[in-house]
Design a binder for this molecule. Structure first.
Ligand SMILES: [Zn+2]
Length: 293
């Protein structure tokens, strides 16, 4: 659950239930990212660097012609976006990220694209979409919707989601603090809400507090680790307990209403989800408290 006052941002990254930094915006400037933090295990990256030479431009950029390497595709997209700029050396690195984060950077005449190996073996059209998104961000060019749509469609594919889910489980060493805080115990709050709103039938996932006092991401449910993480901002006697209960309730609803996937779209908070959310006793008051955090 994000802070209610947080601005709405373009979300390019796959994130079931809004975990981690998925709702953060990509940064601009000398580098462009699909996401911010690299997944764990970034140092022993399985690297397959490839170089793209100055091959002739392909006439139909939507075709994703066979025989093009990812480096060729990035070079072609570069020429589309910067037709008058000499093409830099292009290096593609595959990184074993536990999520689809990718980034691109221009340094000393070399354009390095670090691509999550979630995309290794994906169709050329998907690499092309990724190239348009990353290079578009790098050069602050509007990104045609078709590429965002194609990228999202790929990440929404059932087999791709399943693959990512397994990768995350295997690689993502998630820090989970456990339910005990300085002031509140999350297991206690979960149990009370479970009795009050779910007839006590909800199985308790892993519970933990965020490492830092996160003001933007107030809570999230991580389906890969079956964990609800709550911002430490609530572990204080100064914050009314009902605010914490409401955030926990919201995350419990993610357990009850899993994210729905349709084409390129993901529905994280469905109509049924929102309807249930309003059944929380003191809904309006709790929301006001969150705005004041
Ligand atoms: Zn939510």
């Amino acid at each position: 659950m994000q802070h209610p006052a947080a601005p709405v941002q373009l979300q390019l990254d796959f994130e079931e239930g809004g975990a981690g930094g998925g709702e953060r915006a990509g940064r601009r400037g000398a580098r462009a990212r699909g996401e911010s933090a690299a997944g764990p295990g970034g140092n022993d990256a399985r690297r397959g660097a490839s170089d793209a030479g100055g091959r002739p431009a392909v006439s139909d950029p939507d075709q994703g012609p066979s025989g093009e390497t990812p480096g060729d595709i990035f070079a072609r997209v570069f020429r589309v976006l910067r037709p008058r700029t000499p093409q830099p050396r292009i290096v593609i690195e595959w990184r074993p990220y536990a999520n689809p984060n990718s980034s691109v950077r221009l340094e000393n005449g070399t354009l390095s694209a670090r691509i999550s190996d979630v995309f290794q073996g994906s169709p050329p059209r998907v690499i092309e979409a990724l190239a348009f998104i990353l290079l578009g961000k790098l050069y602050r060019k509007p990104i045609p919707k078709i590429y965002v749509h194609r990228y999202n469609c790929y990440l929404n594919r059932r087999d791709v989601r399943r693959g990512m889910h397994l990768i995350r489980q295997a690689r993502g060493r998630k820090f989970i603090s456990g339910p005990n805080g300085r002031v509140h115990n999350l297991a206690e709050i979960f149990d009370q809400l479970n009795q009050r709103y779910f007839e006590g039938i909800m199985a308790c996932p892993e519970l933990g507090w965020s490492r830092g006092v996160n003001r933007r991401l107030l809570g999230h449910f991580d389906p890969c680790h079956n964990a609800i993480i709550i911002s430490r901002i609530f572990d204080s006697a100064k914050v009314e307990r009902i605010a914490l209960e409401f955030v926990m309730y919201h995350e419990m609803l993610h357990l009850r209403f899993p994210t729905e996937f349709r084409g390129a779209r993901r529905c994280i908070h469905s109509g049924a989800f929102k309807k249930c959310e309003r059944e929380f006793a003191g809904w309006e008051y709790a929301r006001e408290l969150l705005k004041k955090l």
